[in-house]
Design a binder for this molecule. Structure first.
Ligand code: ISL
Ligand code: CA
Length: 558
């Protein structure tokens, strides 16, 4: 049998530094704030923190546009603050993953400033420059955040590629000097003693030869660059090189954000032969509740079909078993809140359904990720209006899809943003019921969710039946019961539209996980053996074959 790696038993807690804890009243969370809250994360029981980017950045896309990889954004503090946070986390036995954003840099990065200065600058080829074709963009690719993926630069008369916003020019990974520079920079962080990397859109770094047009979804303006670029011809070669030159220098944990990756290529990225990464964030389950109109992409407000969700997650569980490793997530800084999307944030169901959604995920095989606030059942932020949003993706959606292309009216788009917008996850952490929820004494950089008077850490810690203590128990169970890490996954009743039930099976014991996805009381008979005990559940007693609204329970038997 293969030995179990530390990151296969670990639970990760994602911190969005901007929105976690402000300590100097400027309304922006900072590194000192994270350090002050380490005991909270320790109490929850998480093993690892993933920090969203804290590097120097003009913040065109909240730190995903980096102008200096070896410096800290002054809004968040200093390199001394970072060193202190890392040391304190390690003292408490918490590991730290850094975000690695190397598909693109900021347009303010010195590499790009040089690159754009002239066609014969030695950094010209660090980025992807092309001549106009018939006076237009070199191909039909659209940016992930609406609009074209090419920007014309007057100075040299060429376009540069930006799969994300204009301020995020794509690096040219085909250039070996680019790779060498990135690996050197990564080694700077490895030498500091960090424990791993979360790699931003790593599936997009190798661009296809000739940059062919993407398929244009019906009704859309631009070709799909995601599909055209994902899993490009040399991506696995580049990652193997990275593994050799950087990642093998320490016992690191790596997770690649892998938009456009299916089960076949996931097995390459996350193969247990240790040649590339440990695991990927796959996106298929995030797209199941997209708009049926492809031109609107993710912008929609209908719930996912449970049958589709089961089929998808089960496919990943089964296909990666023994070959690769899954990451498990419902939400992050790019996704709406888990309880709002998969459970119900109505006051009468919020707590019970947040626990159900957690139960479903935390008994699967893989490494679970908890996004800050998920552990207290934070919800989408319905009080934010068009002018309140900060996120460039949301702003561009209004600008292009509503104002320019008239694909949808403004009121409908607002509904979609309330369901799917990234700012739902980015409103500041709700610590208590004082002004601005104890996040800041100043003006928060993004409007608070107005439900912080009831939904906050102080309340959740005072209530033994809270979402927090339920997550704490889920994490403890994963640490204690090897079957959660190693057991075989078996889906039950794939066509049941109301319940998601599955088993985890090992040589000498078994878990039966039952989740009622509806707000109704229903009946199901799973023929639970007489010797079964309840390991965890979100109701006080076991009503056997009766499943109450959003009920979740896990039986354990031998
Ligand atoms: O956010 C998305 C959907 O709303 C995704 O398409 C997202 O853009 C994609 O997963 C890439 O995300 C990552 O890279 C982006 C950055 O804006 C995201 O915050 C980051 O997680 C560009 O660096
Ligand atoms: Ca601050």
């Amino acid at each position: 049998t293969k030995s179990i790696k530390w990151w296969q038993k670990a639970v990760v807690y994602q911190v969005y530094p901007r929105s976690f804890q402000d300590t100097n009243g400027d309304g922006v969370g900072d590194l000192k704030g994270i350090e002050q809250r380490l005991d909270y994360i320790k109490k929850l029981g998480a093993d690892v923190i993933w920090l969203n980017p804290v590097y120097a950045s003009p913040d065109k896309d909240n730190g995903y546009d980096i102008s200096d990889y070896e410096d800290i954004n002054s809004k968040f503090g200093t390199m001394a603050d970072f060193d202190s946070l890392l040391a304190k986390a390690h003292e408490k036995g918490i590991k730290v993953l850094m975000d690695l954003v190397v598909n693109h840099t900021s347009d303010q990065h010195r590499w790009f400033i040089e690159s754009r200065s002239s066609k014969d600058n030695d950094k010209r080829d660090f980025y992807i420059w092309r001549d106009p074709v018939d006076g237009h963009e070199p191909n039909n690719w659209g940016s992930f955040f609406s609009g074209p993926a090419w920007k014309f630069d007057d100075k040299t008369g060429q376009y540069y590629l930006h799969l994300f916003v204009e301020g995020q020019p794509d690096l040219n990974w085909a250039n070996p000097t680019v790779r060498e520079s990135v690996f050197n920079m990564m080694n700077f962080w490895v030498d500091k003693g960090i424990d791993g990397f979360r790699m931003d859109v790593i599936s997009l770094i190798s661009k296809p030869d000739g940059l062919p047009d993407g398929e244009v979804p019906e009704g859309a303006q631009y070709g799909n660059s995601d599909k055209a670029v994902a899993n490009g011809p040399h991506v696995h070669e580049y990652l193997k090189e990275m593994r050799q030159k950087v990642l093998n220098r320490a016992d690191m944990m790596t997770v690649g954000e892998a938009s456009g990756v299916n089960i076949e290529n996931a097995v390459k990225y996350a193969n247990q032969d240790n040649s590339e990464l440990n695991m990927v964030f796959q996106f298929e389950h995030m797209g199941l509740d997209n708009n049926p109109n492809p031109a609107l992409g993710k912008w929609y407000d209908k719930k996912v079909s449970l049958v589709d969700l089961k089929a998808n997650l089960s496919k990943w569980q089964n296909h990666l078993a023994e070959k690769a490793w899954n990451s498990l997530y419902w939400d992050n800084h790019d996704q709406p809140r888990a309880v709002s999307r998969y459970g119900s944030d109505r006051p009468e169901y919020r707590v019970v359904s947040a626990k159900m959604v957690a139960t479903l995920l935390h008994f699967m095989q893989g490494t679970p990720y908890i996004y800050q606030g998920e552990e207290i059942g934070m919800t989408n932020a319905y009080n934010l209006q068009r002018d309140d949003f900060d996120d460039v993706e949301i702003k561009n959606a209004f600008k292009y899809l509503v104002d320019k292309d008239h694909l949808v009216d403004e009121a409908t788009m607002l509904k979609y943003v309330h369901a799917k917008g990234r700012d739902n996850a980015r409103t500041p952490m709700q610590w208590n019921d004082s002004k601005n929820a104890g996040f800041t004494t100043g003006l928060p950089w993004l409007k608070m969710n107005d439900n912080y008077l009831t939904i906050n850490v102080k309340n959740t810690l005072a209530d033994p039946n809270s979402v927090f203590y339920y997550y704490q128990k889920l994490i403890r169970l994963r640490h204690e019961l090897p079957i959660i890490t190693t057991g075989t996954y078996q889906l039950l009743d794939p066509n049941d539209e109301q319940v998601y039930a599955y088993r985890r099976v090992s040589a000498d014991e078994e878990l039966l996980i039952i989740n009622n996805f509806t707000n109704e009381t229903i009946t199901r008979d799973y023929q639970v053996p007489a010797n079964a005990t309840i390991l965890i559940g979100n109701y006080e007693d076991d009503a056997k074959s009766t499943l109450r609204p959003y009920e979740a329970k896990v039986y354990h038997f031998v």
